[in-house]
Design a protein around this ligand. Structure first.
Ligand code: PMP
Length: 327
């Protein structure tokens, strides 16, 4: 779908996957007006296909567009475009377990010019790729590096938007995490480098206490972290399962101390790609610690199964999260 100043959205079309041809002075290449989304279509027990919360992704896409001075795509157009592609690619939606068809909607500027200003033309596209189970040999806890040197987002910046530049800026920290033997980077707040924000591509949750009395805590949305759709879904699902939930600031010291005295029993990350991933080990320039006993926690796995059950149609969709496409 294209957007042109004065004309709005026009020329929707379904095309075979193929390379794009871009002018060397295409404004996206220079000024990075580029936003995207990630969501999944799951095979349902009756053979039909359903997309998980595309309306929530569509609204986040609109917020990203506003922050990057780009036009807002109507929610219905976003969902229709995803539907059209999923229908076309239906045989590519895997039928086994948690496997899915990953959808990648994105928008770039399509105007040609060297002046720094919002473009007058944009293109919205969706591509898809089948995604197998994230963990082939059972759920594996990840190790994380607390990044005190690099920050992902500063107040007033683009941290809340899902824009390409945020990911470009994160790669050097991800490489540093890998140098320290860690799978993922954990971002801290820009001002004090004390408060936990999120992971490279996932939001974080902390389990305080245990059993039915546990409280599930996630960093509050401060404007500098991505409001994950999985994060949001888990706040609801955890309450459905009887846990207390809290959105508040949580510092690295609180995590370290809570881990040592056992008051923080489990930590996990969540996002569209891996659904829920246990965190098994944390490291920083000032040392590290094993999270709980280093294995996947009981509440982590309970939440993971509850969310996957909704996505794969094994549990009733009481919140209306599944967007059905029919068989
Ligand atoms: N934070 C970042 C930086 C991400 O890229 C993602 C993945 N979109 C998330 C969090 C998790 O968001 P969601 O649950 O919507 O996939």
């Amino acid at each position: 779908v294209k957007w042109t100043e004065g004309r709005g959205w026009h020329d929707a079309q379904l095309q075979p996957y193929a390379p794009l041809s871009l002018d060397p002075a295409n404004m996206t290449l220079h000024y990075a007006q580029s936003i995207f989304e990630g969501l999944k279509a799951y095979r349902q027990p009756d053979g039909s296909v359903a997309v998980f919360r595309p309306d929530a992704n569509a609204r986040r896409f609109q917020r990203s567009a506003r922050r990057l001075a780009m036009p807002e795509l109507p929610v219905e157009t976003f969902i229709e475009a995803c539907d059209l592609l999923v229908r076309q690619d239906k045989e590519w939606v895997p039928s086994e377990g948690e496997a899915s068809l990953y959808l990648r909607p994105f928008m770039i500027a399509s105007e040609v010019g060297l002046g720094v200003k919002p473009a007058n033309e944009y293109t919205f596209m969706v591509i898809a790729s089948p995604a197998g189970s994230y963990f082939s040999g059972g759920v594996q806890p990840v190790s994380v590096w607390l990044s005190e040197e690099y920050v992902r987002a500063a107040p007033g910046g683009t941290g809340e938007a899902k824009c390409a530049g945020n990911y470009a800026a994160s790669l050097v920290a991800q490489a540093e995490a890998a140098r320290h033997g860690c799978d993922q980077v954990v971002w801290l707040d820009a001002l004090e480098r004390r408060y936990i924000e999120e992971m490279g591509g996932m939001n974080l949750y902390f389990v305080e206490g245990g059993g039915a009395d546990a409280t599930i805590v996630t960093p509050e949305l401060t404007g500098t972290l991505l409001p994950g759709i999985t994060r949001d879904s888990l706040l609801t699902l955890a309450r459905d399962l009887g846990y207390r939930t809290q959105e508040r600031r949580i510092s690295t010291d609180e995590w370290r101390e809570g881990n040592a005295d056992g008051s923080i029993s489990e930590v996990f990350a969540c996002g569209t790609a891996a659904v829920i991933t246990p965190v098994g080990e944390a490291k920083s320039a000032r040392g590290g610690w094993t999270v709980g006993d280093g294995t996947a926690g009981e509440i982590t796995m309970r939440l993971r199964e509850a969310l996957l059950a909704v996505q794969t149609g094994q549990a009733e969709d009481v919140h209306g999260w599944m967007h059905e496409l029919g068989a």
